[in-house]
Design a protein around this ligand. Structure first.
Ligand SMILES: Nc1c(C(=O)O)ncn1[C@@H]1O[C@H](COP(=O)(O)O)[C@@H](O)[C@H]1O
Length: 162
């Protein structure tokens, strides 16, 4: 049993620069996460075991990022009832539209909550996971409210010089 309630998985080490944005948000909010490389294509047995044991290991939500033929989030959603938040990683060839389309069009019955392409999508995945956990964690709900208020306060009313 892990103490982490959020699992972050990604198809490759090369996705970490993007997926770290989700991990950073969770760290800001003092939420423990378990980070692993899992690929539907390259490590299918690892994906199978991860999905099969996710609930018993104490995870409540999974953030899954992948690029290109990004089947990882959908395959994970097929294997576990836990909510899966998908992050389309930006690609060179097709700018991440390939990743987005691979993740977002799930068949009825096995949803993936799909974020925007790239780093902002990964950060929002962290916030989405936090929002889900905050439903049953009053302290976290307070921290999330404070995080959001701080962001709002940081937005200037008029543009300055860059
Ligand atoms: N889309 C997937 C999956 C999967 O969906 O299972 N496994 C790896 N990949 C993606 O391949 C891209 C290139 O990977 P490499 O940089 O390792 O060649 C990465 O963005 C990864 O997410």
């Amino acid at each position: 049993m892990t103490t982490a309630k959020v699992g972050i998985i990604m198809g490759s080490q090369s996705d970490w620069a993007t997926m770290k944005e989700a991990a950073d948000i969770l760290a800001d909010l003092n939420i423990a996460c378990d980070v692993q490389i899992v690929s539907a294509h390259r490590t299918p047995d690892r994906l199978w075991t991860y999905g099969k044991t996710a609930v018993d290991r104490g995870l409540h939500v999974i953030i899954a990022g992948a690029g290109g033929a990004a089947h990882l989030p959908g395959m994970m959603a097929s294997k576990t009832r836990l909510p899966v938040i998908g992050v389309p990683v930006q690609t060179k060839a097709l700018s991440g539209v390939d990743s987005l389309y691979s993740i977002v069009q799930m068949p009825r019955g096995f949803p993936v909550a799909t974020m925007a392409i790239g780093a902002a999508g990964a950060a929002n995945a962290g916030l989405m996971a936090a929002g889900i956990l905050a439903l049953s964690d009053a302290d976290l709900a307070e921290r999330l409210e404070a995080w959001r208020a701080a962001l709002t306060d940081s937005i200037p009313e008029v543009p300055g010089d860059d």
